[in-house]
Design a protein around this ligand. Structure first.
Ligand SMILES: [Zn+2]
Ligand SMILES: [Zn+2]
Length: 264
């Protein structure tokens, strides 16, 4: 029986402003979950109003991953990544940063629209206009951003939930189509993020994954987006099964920002 190579490609540790788990706690949990590889993806931001601003420390991060990789060698592979946001507003800062530091992988995510959180956008402008603005913002980002995969494509679902606002795919299908076309043409990928599954939400929706497949999109990573140790590796193998059912053949890992396809 084929045992898939399990990788969780979206995890936050104490190097992110909003997570409390140490990298070593994450590693121990990952090994107990039979994960073969993890990629740490800490928040980094150049917006002074952002909680991440000036929080992340690359040198210590890199050293710690290196030391722990040696300690747990043969048990698990650990990659060095980041989750970035607002790239289009701080392009030069990000470009310089990526030149200066060694990174295996970058998730490009949108967490804000017009410098305001998604929850605030929903309460000020309503659910529908927030979805529309979010997809437009993503389109702008994927056209010019430096990233490897797009994170949690339709995250607005999480904040719209209270308003009964899980969107209808057909209402935004044209935006989503454009987003996926650009991602594929630029050789980038998308992330399947399991953090909403406890609320029956998958980021992105299944219809998007089918559309991606129909457009011949191949590059995919799966991530728990764990900020606490109990969620590390959560539903990774469940999503692998789902992707296999849709017809995808590979899951991707990254070294030095180069994607490697591994049989699902
Ligand atoms: Zn995120
Ligand atoms: Zn995240």
């Amino acid at each position: 029986m084929h045992r898939p190579y399990l990788s969780d490609y979206h995890i936050h540790s104490t190097y992110s402003f909003d997570a409390n788990q140490s990298i070593e706690e994450i590693i121990i949990k990952s090994i107990s979950m039979n994960l073969n590889e993890i990629c740490m993806t800490e928040h980094i931001s150049f917006s002074p109003e952002d909680s991440s601003y000036n929080y992340f420390d690359f040198k210590n991060y890199e050293n710690e991953i290196q030391n722990l990789s040696e300690k747990y060698q043969g048990k698990i592979n650990i990659k060095t990544g980041l989750e970035i946001g607002e790239y289009h507003l701080y392009k030069e800062s990000f470009d310089n940063y990526f030149k200066e530091y060694y990174l295996d992988f970058i998730i490009g995510s949108i967490h804000n629209i017009n410098r305001k959180g998604l929850r605030t956008n929903i309460s000020e402008n309503g659910v529908n206009s927030t979805y529309k603005a979010y997809f437009k913002e993503i389109l702008k980002f994927v056209q010019m951003g430096d990233f490897d995969v797009l994170g949690h494509l339709d995250l607005v679902q999480r904040y719209a939930l209270a308003d009964g606002g899980v969107y209808n795919f057909n209402d935004y299908k044209d935006y989503i189509y454009e987003i996926l076309k650009v991602i594929i043409s630029r050789g980038k990928g998308i992330e399947v993020n399991t953090s909403g599954l406890a609320n029956n939400l998958l980021f992105p929706k299944l219809e998007i994954l089918h559309m991606y497949k129909d457009l011949k999109g191949e590059i995919l990573t799966v991530g728990s987006d764990a900020h606490t140790t109990d969620r590390v590796g959560e539903n990774i193998s469940y999503v692998y099964d789902m992707l296999r059912d849709i017809g995808f053949k590979h899951i991707f890992t990254y070294d030095n920002r180069q994607p490697n396809g591994i049989i699902l």
